[in-house]
Structure formats: C-alpha cells, structure tokens
Ligand binder design. Structure first.
Ligand code: TSJ
Length: 644
C-alpha cells in the first residue's frame, strides 16, 4: 500500500489517543489490574458483537508468553476497504477513532453498557503495540500500531486465505498500568459468564504461559448458570426459567431462578445487553416487587399466610436468580459513578409484570413446589419476627449493650458514632498490642485474633462458627449473623482485616472473608469490609539528628524509595506486623490520612464461588495451594483500592 501524507485529520486522531493516555481512568476505570483487563473486554466485546450478529461461533482468547493477549473470532472480518470521508481503511479507523465501532455496527442491542463500549481505540492507545490480521474475501490483511496507537505498518494484503475472521493481538503498556500481568482466573471466569449469557457461542481461553486451557459453551444458558452457582447446595425446585419480548418497548427479558434449602442469602445477578449491572437498577427492582407480589398473592389465596404478609426479604431468602435484559439502544440509561445501575424507567414495569405473571403461573401449575417454596418463605418470616422480638427484649432489659457483649479482648473505640468507628481485626496478640498503642482511640477499636486457632489447615466453616474468636467477632460487630444479621445494627462503619503479608495472613483473610460472605454478606456487598495493606519495606538513613525515611509497598516502590533516601540507606524488610513499632504501624497502615486500604468488592460471582468452595472444602492441601497461588496482597481485580 502506498504511503500516505500526514494530514490534519491524523493529528486530530493522535490527539484523541493521547487524551486516553493522559486520563486512562476516564476510559477504563483505573490503571490497576481491573483496568488492565478492560483492555481485553474491549476487544472481546467486538468479537462477541460479531457472533451475536450471527457470524462466527467460536471466540478464542490466548495469553502469550511475551505478555501479550490475542483475541480471534470467526466472523466476517473487520472491513478493510477505504472509507470515503477519511481516505483510510475501516480497520484503521476502528483502532484510532474513539467510539468508531458503532459507525459500522447496525445491531439493535450493542454490548455497550457501563464502562464497556469505549472501543478498540482505547486498547490501542494504552498498548505498547497492537497487531491486527483480518481474514476475508479470500485474502488476509495486516496492520500494526506501536507506542499508544501510532500506525507503523499500514494495512497491507499479506496473501490469500480461505479463512474469515479477525485476529487482534496486543501488549499492554507497562508505563500506564501498575500491573501488566493478565490473570487467567479473571479472564476465564469473565468468559464463562459471557458463555452463560450467550448460549451457542463458544469461548476458549488458552494460557501459553502456564499451559492452562478451558472451553465454555452452554446450550441452556441461564439454566446452567444457576445450576453451576448452586452445585453445592440443596435445591428445593428444578431451575425455573423463561424469556419474553415486550411488544411495546421491545425489551427482551430472560430470567432463571432456583430456591435452595439451608441458604439464608439471596443471590441475584442482573445483566443488560450482556454487561453486568452490579448496582442493580430498574430491572432488578421490578423483579423484586413482581416476585414478592406473586408469592404473597398465591400464598394468600391458598390460605397459607394467617394474615401476615411476607416481606420481600422473606421471599428472597435462599433464592438464586439471574436476570438478563436486552434493551434497545434508544431506551438505555445507566446511573451511578461506575454506570453499573440501569436507569431505564420502562424496565421496572416490564420485568415486574412479567415475573408476576410467569411465576404465578408456575406456582399454580406446580402445587407441590409452590407449597415447599412458601413454607420456606414462612420459615424465614418467622425467624425474622423472632429475631426482632429477641432484639427488642434485649433493648428493653436493664443491661446496657456494652455490658452484654464486650469481650475482654476488645479495645473499644470511645465514640458512640458507630458508622465513623473502625474495627481492626488483627492477626496475633503482639501486633494487637502495637495496634492498640498506635490507634486513634476515639474512632478505632482493636480486636486481636490469636493466630493459632484460625491458622490450622483443618479448620472448617462449621468449626469456625464455634470458634471463640469468631464468636467474639460476631458480638463485637453487634448485628447478629446469618438469618438474623441486621446491617442496621453494626457498630462499625469499616471493618478492617489486618494481617501479616504472608501465606498465613492470606489464609486468615480468606477465612474471615468466607465467613463474612456466608454469614454477614451485606457487610461485603455494601462495602464495609476492608483489608489493611502494611508496607513491605522501610528505607531509612540518619542524617545527623534527622531521620530520612520512605516506606515501600512493592519492589518498584522500593527502588524509588532508595533513590529518594539517597546513598547510605538501610532497609527494613517487614516480615510481619510485629516488626513495626506503634508509630510506624500507625503512619503506614492505620492512619486514614496515610494508609492504603483495599476495599473488598466481590463482584465476580464465579471467582467468589470458586474461592468459597475451595476454602470451605475439606481438602486442606488444595486449599493451601490455592491460597498460595491466588491470594496476592496487591490483588486489585477482586478487591478495589480505597479511593484517595
Ligand atoms: F474492534 C476490534 F478490533 F476490537 C475487534 C473487532 C476485535 C476482534 C477480535 C474482532 C472484531 C470484529 C469486528 N470481528 N468482526 C467484526 N466485524 C465487523 O467489524 C464487521 C464486518 C462486516 C460488516 C459488514 O457490514 O459487512 C460489518 C462489521 C461491523
């Protein structure tokens, strides 16, 4: 292909990509591990759109040894002909113009929701290089970009091919991201989730770094999604599922649900145009009101209620549900900081009426199942009423709360402004003592855990509940647990797990998280659980009477700290919290002005379930291995750093 002149248009485009490099977080949310993986989702979304248009059933993601990632589809291939307006090939435009994808794509439902949908140009802007090969019309075509989107090899025909499809390989720019390590588990579970949502599309992941490989293909979509989520539970009914297109709005709704015994949580995941809506929205609230009305009306008609209506929470206990909507573009509205909440008003009555009608019909047609479900709901209702009564009695009795529940291990905070208070759950008595000295006594409370009982490999969740340390945690938090957990009663706004940065510490973290996940889930979902991040190094030097020092949390920061402190420095390598004195612990790990906290943000259902299953399982060696491989103290794809 002939060389082109540099035009004003090219300069404009480079400015656009330069803008992405200047403010990456505006486009991909962050530059940590979560942002890194957004680069993959952008590319995969394009391949998925092609598959959903009916072209190509297989999508393969490969993680290469050189740190690059490639995505291959079997679609029509990105157009390579010259666009009249710009004089440039379509494929070049896709990778250089922000939001260019839509120009070519005439689908009704675009997978653009939330943070997704910013386009392949964003991945290009944030990559060291991007290599694109298009197979179509009997030929193969290639082009390559480098250093944030500079076209270094313009489109050329590189010979005949019988294939059709698109292959995009890119290497993220380490100058942009705090980590460029693609996580197999993160990508694998994202692809599995996509496969559940898009029945008939096969997703394949190959990790050439480790040799791991997995294929996901579900002909029964959401039914298999639920079955998978509940595979260690005791179901009350077979999965109930249906789909419908609303004739007025053209909103397409697909729902699958199942009730299980011995499960006191509700697990509801919702999606819009195949993108997860983590913060719910109008479709989820429609689902809630609709199913509540259906069960109440049916139970009342059967004379099973004795006058007392069931509350929504009674009806959702033990319920697992997936709600997947396809909303036409002109009706799409997202809300909230992360755009993870559907705002489309029409979705509320559409979903509410649909679930009401379908579930009422189901209950009528499946009497035995209906009775089992309603019994379970009435049990929940009675447990809720009993818990409330017990609590009221405790309140009106003479003893103050403090007298009843405070453990002698707890060093309490002085303030009664509960939501401003912080509870540090600290590994080990000795670190607990240091934390006690370093704390802000007004707002920070310290609860030391004796490492040992939590630390043993053989501990099961069941034993954990009878564990004295856990009982103390339950009492200290002050809001009950399991069925009777009431987040309104928590005594702390932040609950901060503070352990050594080693395998034992990781194990304690995961045990506690697993415990919270099962018995106080709303603590996690409403963002009250945090993990403290102690530094790994202190670099210091005494200059006369002056102490020059820098803390470092990563090896990268260590190098920076050495430079900042300058020659003649000494290094402390902290192997545990116990090696810090109270002042050091305060300024690095506890003081809100200087510490780093990781907010536990469990967003990925499969990573959570996988983690929980492994941690709850009886095989200690599998568990230990998993913890060693997966619990990374800077793991920011399942945990989110506190915004500072
Ligand atoms: F955009 C991208 F680079 F990220 C990307 C796009 C990455 C990958 C892996 C695949 C794709 C992609 C795009 N696969 N298939 C397509 N299809 C089109 O761009 C296309 C092809 C033909 C026609 C047509 O109307 O003939 C229209 C479109 C949108």
């Amino acid at each position: 292909m002939a060389e082109r002149q540099y035009t004003a248009n090219d300069i404009h485009i480079l400015q656009g990509l330069e803008g992405v490099r200047k403010r990456p977080a505006m486009y991909i949310g962050s530059t940590n591990s979560s942002g890194l993986h957004h680069l993959v989702w952008e590319i995969v979304d394009n391949a998925v759109d092609e598959a959903l248009s009916g072209y190509g059933k297989n999508i393969t993601v490969t993680l290469h040894k050189d740190g690059s990632c490639s995505v291959l589809d079997e679609g029509r291939g990105i157009p390579v002909d010259i666009n009249k307006e710009t004089g440039r090939p379509g494929v070049e435009i896709v990778f250089t113009e922000l939001h260019a994808g839509g120009k070519f794509n005439s689908q009704v439902y675009k997978s653009a929701g939330g943070l997704h949908g910013v386009g392949a140009a964003v991945t290009n802007a944030l990559s060291e290089w991007v290599d694109v090969t298009v197979f179509k019309d009997g030929g193969s075509y290639h082009l390559k970009f480098e250093k944030g989107g500079h076209l270094v090899t313009p489109l050329e025909n590189i010979g005949p091919s019988k294939k059709h499809g698109t292959l995009v390989r890119f290497k993220p720019d380490p100058n942009i991201f705090s980590t460029v390590d693609f996580k197999y588990d993160t990508i694998s579970s994202h692809l599995q989730e996509s496969a559940f949502l898009m029945k008939g599309v096969r997703f394949i992941i190959c990790d050439e770094r480790s040799g791991q490989k997995q294929e996901y293909f579900y002909q029964n979509g959401l039914v298999e999604y639920i079955t998978n989520l509940n595979d260690d539970k005791n179901p009350i009914i077979d999965v109930f599922s249906f789909s419908d297109v609303d004739s007025v709005t053209n909103i397409e709704t697909e729902i699958a649900l199942q009730y299980c015994y011995e499960d006191y949580n509700e697990t509801i995941y919702s999606y819009v145009n195949n993108v997860k809506t983590s913060d719910g929205g109008t479709h989820e609230s429609g689902f809630r009101t609709g199913i509540t009305r259906a069960v109440n009306d049916f139970a009342e008609a059967q004379g099973m209620l004795k006058g007392k209506k069931l509350e929504g929470s009674d009806i959702r206990e033990g319920l697992t549900a997936i709600i997947s909507l396809k909303v036409p573009e002109e009706l799409l509205e997202f809300e909230g900081q992360t755009k993870g909440k559907l705002g489309t008003p029409a979705a509320q009555p559409v979903v509410s009426n649909l679930i009401y009608n379908k579930f009422t019909y189901y209950l009528t047609e499946n009497k035995e199942n209906a009775i089992r479900i309603i019994k379970k709901c009435v049990d929940s209702q009675q447990a809720r009423i009993a818990a409330r009564k017990a609590k009221d009695e405790a309140r009106s009795s003479k003893k103050t709360k403090q007298e009843v529940i405070l453990s002698d291990k707890l060093t309490p905070a002085q303030s009664k402004d509960y939501l401003k208070n912080e509870l540090f759950i600290v590994e080990g008595d000795s670190a607990g003592g240091t934390a006690k000295k370093g704390r802000d006594r007004i707002h920070q409370a310290i609860l030391p855990l004796r490492g040992k009982p939590l630390n043993t490999d053989s501990i099961s969740m069941d034993k954990l509940l009878h564990n004295e340390e856990i009982a103390t945690i339950i009492n200290t938090i002050g809001a009950g647990f399991g069925q009777s957990f009431d987040i309104e009663d928590i005594h702390y706004g932040k609950i901060i797990i503070m352990t050594d940065a080693d395998t034992d510490g990781a194990h304690i973290q995961t045990l506690l998280l697993t415990f919270f996940y099962h018995y106080m889930r709303s603590l996690i979902t409403s963002g009250h659980i945090y993990i403290a991040v102690p530094p790994l190094y202190r670099v210091f030097k005494e200059e006369g009477k002056k102490l020059v020092q820098q803390y470092a949390w990563t090896d990268q920061e260590l190098e920076l700290a050495k430079k900042k402190v300058g020659g003649g420095y000494k290094i402390n390598r902290y192997k545990g919290l116990g090696e810090m004195d109270a002042i050091q612990l305060k300024e690095t790990t506890m003081d809100p002005r200087t510490r780093q906290l990781i907010k536990v943000d469990i967003n990925d259902p499969f990573l959570v379930e996988k983690r929980v299953k492994i941690l709850m399982g009886n095989d200690a060696s599998v568990r230990r291995q998993w913890v060693e491989e997966n619990v990374d103290f800077n793991q920011v794809d399942t945990f989110m750093k506190e915004a500072k």
